[in-house]
Design a protein around this ligand. Structure first.
Ligand code: FEO
Ligand code: CA
Ligand code: CA
Ligand code: CA
Length: 587
């Protein structure tokens, strides 16, 4: 039968897959590269540098701003090979670092690595030629793995938050592995701590707060920061990454959502513990309504982890000063039933299994151990939840499930329908209007090759096949933008070659239209998407170009990508996309 669908909101001709070391866009579109890793962030009084591995990003307009604003972006991790000049021409694989014969790391290197993490706030402007550039501004700011932060919400002051640095358990140092992001209804930026656990190691018996999150047990943390031979002033800044003895609570300071006020460069970032502790990908808010609670959704990006929802206790008001709505509320975890119904299960101390009998002593403890609480509630184990997005027209929530090669046939369920899910899918739900903790869900799209994929009743084709959906965003008109992150371990090899380099697609859910809009250079993922309010300037990030560089090639000073400079080391950077006719992106 023919279902009549509305006309498509997409007006460009799709581009084909590519393995070239460049950005490919549809005809009628142009781009500019800005803010490459290591470039100067101009400030009137400080020397500041753009961090590495750009990820989640938001444009906060100022002065009415389609031509000026604050761009705030996360720096997820680092590539030591591309960061340290002294590594050039030597044998290093992708996250390897130099450890001397006595087992130490150089303190200066480690401080540079900590400084390349975190968040950048950059004041940008469009000039008369239409070029966007960072401008010298007191609002420009770097937040990194050493920045002083406040802890708020139910876990503040909990015994398990107490460290040598903060014996009261009220402050933390720095933020690491910030992946996607969120934007609150009151205009602050949320940065989300994702794969922080691997930065720590504890060779002794680990408490459950470490075990359930994957703190390493042997040798060293991800970059061996704990091995830095530092001066007394930096000693515990480094040592805390060996999370045993007096540092056993250090990992509990991570795994949170951190709130940053981009308009106040002197504000202290705040870790909001009411939103739970896990491998936070991002936070997506439902538009706030005057006099109603605020509501947001979050994914825990690891295999067989969960999707969460948070609802504030008190109500939102645009004009009335009020306590932060992210400090008091209920955190729920999703259960997807086989019949297309779903339920939000509350993670509340004292309710159901979340009791002293199961080792919890308070709501703070439930939140520090969010994953364990969700396990006990019987939530649905998902195929790596990444970004969420809310359709401005229908209010439906979409979430990417990027892949899960470890799902066995007997672990398949309706919401995660593929064994060994190599290509990922996108799930969607609508909250029930009658039952406050129920929803109705369906699978929106199965990514993959032409024999295995499905969207709007048909398989994907040459113009839109993709895999590993990750970034997800609705523009103001209701176009859904999908960004891919196929791992560098499989990129351009075997069955995955058909997808080319990582890419970005635009989708019109209402008309069932999906078209490939952009293909990126070699070895990277496409992430971080935001636009000016008029929708005529789109900003995206190219993260980790050249990640496919082998240790052998690196030793010969060869790189799989030379993007964006065409020479030297590859660098993560922001790409500004406009239409040559000045129109809205996607039309
Ligand atoms: Fe850092 Fe789940 O992407
Ligand atoms: Ca991601
Ligand atoms: Ca990913
Ligand atoms: Ca990434």
């Amino acid at each position: 039968s023919t279902v009549s669908r509305p006309a498509s909101r997409l007006g460009f001709n799709p581009v084909m897959v590519s393995e070239a070391d460049k950005i490919i866009l549809p005809e009628g579109y142009q781009y500019q590269v800005i803010l490459p890793f290591g470039s100067r962030l101009p400030h009137p009084d400080q020397e500041l540098t753009i961090g590495s591995h750009h990820d989640g990003m938001h444009f906060f307009p100022i002065y009415g701003g389609n031509g000026e604003g604050l761009l705030v972006l996360n720096h997820e991790y680092i590539e030591p090979r591309f960061l340290h000049n002294s590594y050039q021409g030597r044998t290093f694989s992708s996250s390897a670092v130099y450890i001397d014969s006595e087992g130490h790391r150089d303190a200066k290197e480690v401080l540079d690595e900590m400084a390349a993490h975190g968040v950048t706030v950059v004041h940008i402007k469009r000039d008369e030629q239409g070029e966007w550039l960072p401008t010298t501004s007191p609002l420009n700011r770097r937040i990194d793995a050493t920045t002083l932060m406040e802890i708020s919400g139910p876990a503040r002051g909990h015994e398990k938050m107490r460290t040598p640095f903060s014996p009261e358990g009220t402050q933390a140092r720095g933020t690491i592995n910030n992946c996607a992001h969120g934007v609150t209804p009151w205009g602050t930026y949320l940065t989300c701590e994702e794969n922080w656990a691997g930065y720590f190691y504890n060779p002794t018996s680990q408490p459950r707060e470490q075990q359930r999150y994957g703190v390493r047990s042997e040798t060293s943390g991800r970059y061996a920061w704990e091995r830095a031979k530092g001066s007394a002033t930096h000693a515990d800044l480094f040592q805390r990454f060996k999370a045993d003895d007096e540092f056993v609570n250090e990992p509990n300071q991570f795994g949170w959502v951190v709130e940053i006020d981009p308009l106040d460069p002197h504000s202290t970032p705040i870790k909001r513990t009411a939103l739970g502790r896990f491998a936070h990908e991002g936070v997506i808010f439902r538009p706030a309504i005057e006099g109603q609670p605020i509501e947001c959704y979050m994914g825990d990006d690891a295999r067989f982890e969960y999707i969460y929802r948070y609802v504030s206790d008190t109500t939102y008001s645009k004009n009335k000063p009020q306590p932060n709505l992210l400090d008091k509320g209920t955190l729920y975890v999703a259960k997807f039933h086989e019949d297309g119904r779903g339920e939000w299960l509350p993670l509340v101390f004292g309710q159901g299994p979340l009791t002293a009998e199961n080792g919890f002593d308070s709501q703070g403890d439930v939140l520090i151990n969010t994953r364990l609480a969700a396990d006990l509630m019987g939530a649905t184990k998902m195929d790596r939840p990444e970004w969420g997005a809310i359709d401005p027209n229908s209010g439906e929530v979409y979430f990417t499930l990027t892949n899960n090669t470890r799902r066995q046939a007997e672990q398949v369920d309706a919401a995660n329908p593929r064994a060994g899910n190599p290509y990922g899918h996108i799930i969607r739900w609508q909250e029930s209007t009658t039952l406050p903790t129920h929803f109705n869900w369906d699978i929106f799209l199965l990514a993959g090759d032409q024999s295995d994929s499905e969207f709007a009743g048909v398989p994907l084709n040459d113009t839109n096949q993709f895999n590993a959906p990750d970034g997800l965003w609705f523009d103001k008109d209701g176009r859904l933008w999908i960004q891919t992150d196929m791992s560098e371990r499989v990129l351009n090899t075997g069955d995955f070659s058909q997808f080319g380099n990582n890419q970005m697609l635009a989708c019109d859910p209402a008309s069932g239209d999906l078209r490939r809009f952009l293909v990126g250079p070699i070895g990277q993922e496409i992430t971080g998407i935001t636009a000016t309010p008029d929708g005529k300037t789109l900003f995206i990030n190219v993260q980790h170009p050249g990640a496919t560089t082998t240790a052998d090639a690196f030793k010969r000073n060869q790189f799989s990508s030379r993007w964006p400079m065409g020479y030297g080391v590859p660098r993560s950077a922001t790409v500004v996309i406009t239409k040559t006719d000045g129109g809205v992106i996607g039309t």
